[in-house]
Design a protein around this ligand. Structure first.
Ligand code: 5GP
Length: 120
């Protein structure tokens, strides 16, 4: 069940400010408030989807295409495509998802190390 009071829903409604880096009919992207790399951007669909699981099942082909085209364009426009970057979509409890509105993280600007940290 989608929670319309989650923080990204509030950002989409303009109730909470964000540092916008990209917007189109289906997608909003903005800087993460607690960046984990020199570039750390969140790319979100404007539609009300909880997670990648929800988005993949219910979003239109147009929404899905828009999100991935936007993510690639944003990374390129930020100058990250040449040296490389990482996208990440934490999904659900084991995935470490904190905000229940589907989002893709883009990290760039430094070598990003191992793909997944192993708990000790
Ligand atoms: P998750 O763990 O759900 O994949 O990532 C949620 C991300 O949202 C975190 O990286 C966190 O720093 C970011 N975040 C949480 N609240 C806000 C906010 O109010 N504004 C922005 N720009 N980012 C936020």
């Amino acid at each position: 069940m989608y929670d319309p009071d989650n923080i990204f829903a509030k950002i989409l409604r303009g109730e909470i400010p964000c540092k916008k880096v990209y917007e189109d009919d289906h997608v909003l992207a903005f800087d993460d408030v607690n960046p984990q790399a020199p570039v750390h951007v969140l790319v979100i669909p404007k539609g009300a989807y909880v997670s990648l699981d929800d988005f993949a099942a219910k979003a239109s082909d147009g929404e899905i295409a828009a999100l991935f085209r936007a993510a690639g364009k944003i990374a390129r426009d930020l100058g990250a495509a040449e040296k490389g970057y990482r996208i990440l979509a934490n999904t659900g409890a084991d995935g470490g998802q904190e905000v229940p509105h589907f989002h893709i993280h883009i990290f760039a600007g430094r070598p990003l190390g191992r793909m997944v940290a192993r708990p000790e």
